[in-house]
Design a protein around this ligand. Structure first.
Ligand code: HEC
Ligand code: HEC
Length: 444
């Protein structure tokens, strides 16, 4: 059959069924992909997958790197912070050490504190002198002090000397000031039997009181220094202050503007190994006693001391204490052997070392009794711990030895009440000590 009759037949059949004839469909040819095409596509997919995987891996690596970088940055930051903290701690420790060093007092229970390096605008405090510098008689009713012509006393020089006297920067180890061993609380001594100088060097004698020291013609227990200028230089260079090379200290002082200016004003030039002791001596001439209850009583105030103290003063004179602890200074400034330390294997020969005279063996300068209640322990070797011990030894006439000053020191017979009264009198020699640490010039 030809196609035409076949189509006509089909149309007829449809008409028979009563259905409208459907429009002829467009038939799209669905040919299956070739093997080549499949392989290429698969390759394409594989490539894309590989790219994705690579990209993922790169991204992961980048993330890991970023994380590592973050971690190492954190680590570096932490390390830097730790290092800085360590440095800060070190610096703080060093500063604390320095401050501690600067402020260290050899005597931990002394309330004295150096007020160092704090001043912003340093202005030296210039105190008025206790008397006319031209005719310097600072102790009421007593003669004028001998002042060397080449070191006249002025308020400014005394003020400068007062700072130096209180300044530990003067010592070899930067730890001790002159004042460290001559403090108020201990009657201008250090309160020790034998103290320690700079660098912890043990000293062989006890620190004496400074009251009215400007009146002494010979300084030290054996009187080996003939002036306060010489004594200051010796104390500064020697074991006490340990400034073996004083020029080095002088250079340091001259680098401190506040000192430099004062030395210029007072001595007309920078500090020197001579002018430092001159200023110290000037200050010490202003350490003047004379304000005890006993002084007030002697000046006419009967209520200034107790009845016991008055009786004690009588005993003191009667038993001959006054032979050596004489006058308003309560010392004759002479050298006597009262037997202290003479039983030692190698006794301190005292004045003998200076005079080379046999009679001076074991002789020491009579100490003042001003502030005696505060200056324990007693004697040149600090061997008497209490005032009672010292007084009993003196009442007994000292300790027997071939050089004893027996002409003046005799055993005394006193009752218990008289002994107690003697002690009362000695306590009426309490000085009013009002030392205040001066403000010190700060470092440049
Ligand atoms: C470590 C303690 C110490 C220091 C610091 C010290 N001294 Fe002394 N001072 C003593 C002792 C101990 C003596 C007695 C030494 C002797 O007689 O051999 C003494 C004696 C003296 C005397 C003699 C007193 C008298 O009765 O004759 C004077 C003055 C004096 N010192 C002033 C100074 C001055 C000024 C300085 C500072 C430059 C100073 N001292 C630093 C312990 C000290
Ligand atoms: C011969 C002179 C002389 C007579 C007298 C004398 N003394 Fe002394 N006195 C001294 C001397 C010197 C010293 C120091 C001795 C030493 O340290 O080696 C001293 C030390 C002292 C001390 C210790 C002072 C100190 O700072 O360490 C006292 C306290 C004392 N005498 C009280 C008296 C009394 C109280 C009498 C009378 C009973 C008396 N003295 C009689 C010469 C004398």
């Amino acid at each position: 059959m030809s196609p035409r009759p076949f189509a006509a037949l089909l149309l007829a059949l449809c008409a028979c069924a009563g259905q409208p004839a459907a429009p002829p469909k467009t038939v799209i040819e669905q040919r299956p992909p070739s093997a080549d095409q499949i392989a290429a596509a698969e390759a394409e997919v594989a490539k894309a997958r590989a790219e994705v995987a690579a990209a993922t891996e790169t991204a992961q690596r980048a993330r890991a790197e970023e994380e590592a970088a973050r971690q190492s940055r954190d680590k570096a930051l932490a390390e830097a912070a730790a290092a800085k903290a360590a440095m800060d701690a070190k610096a703080r420790e060093a500063a604390a050490l320095k401050l501690a060093e600067e402020r260290t007092q050899p005597d931990a229970d002394s309330p004295f504190v150096y007020d160092l390096f704090q001043a912003q605008d340093f202005r030296p405090q210039v105190l008025p002198l206790p008397a006319d510098p031209a005719d310097y008689a600072p102790l009421a009713g007593f003669q004028a002090m001998d002042i060397p012509a080449d070191n006249p006393l002025t308020p400014e020089k005394a003020a400068l000397g007062r700072q130096l006297y209180h300044d530990p920067r003067l010592s070899g180890d930067g730890q001790l000031a002159c004042y460290s061993c001559h403090v108020c609380e201990h009657g201008l001594t250090d309160g020790k039997a034998l103290g320690q100088g700079a660098f912890g060097k043990p000293l062989t004698r006890s620190a004496p009181s400074m009251w009215n020291i400007g009146y002494h013609w010979a300084l030290y227990w054996d009187g080996r220094a003939a002036s306060l200028e010489k004594q200051s230089l010796a104390a500064w260079k020697g074991a006490n202050m340990g400034a073996a090379e004083p020029q080095k200290i002088v250079d340091r002082l001259n680098a401190i503007p506040g000192y430099r200016a004062q030395f210029e004003a007072v001595f007309g030039g920078p500090a020197s190994v001579d002018s430092v002791p001159q200023a110290l001596a000037a200050h010490m001439r202003t350490i003047v006693g004379g304000h005890t209850p006993w002084d007030r009583w002697q000046a006419g105030d009967p209520s200034a001391v107790s009845a016991a103290a008055k009786l004690g003063w009588d005993v003191f004179q009667r038993v001959g204490c006054k032979e050596c602890h004489t006058g308003v200074l309560l010392t004759d400034m002479q050298f006597h052997n009262v037997g202290i330390g003479m039983a030692n294997a190698e006794p301190d020969v005292g004045r003998f070392k200076v005079s080379n005279e046999e009679k001076d063996k074991g002789a020491f300068k009579t100490p003042t009794l001003r502030d005696i209640g505060d200056s324990a322990p007693y004697f040149h070797d600090g061997s008497a711990p209490t005032l009672e011990d010292a007084v009993d030894l003196m009442l007994a006439g000292g300790k027997p030895n071939p050089w004893l000053s027996a002409d003046k020191l005799k055993p005394a017979q006193v009752t218990a009440a008289e002994r107690a009264a003697l002690l009362e009198f000695l306590k009426s020699l309490d000085e009013r000590c009002e030392v205040q640490a001066p403000e010190l010039p700060p470092e440049a």
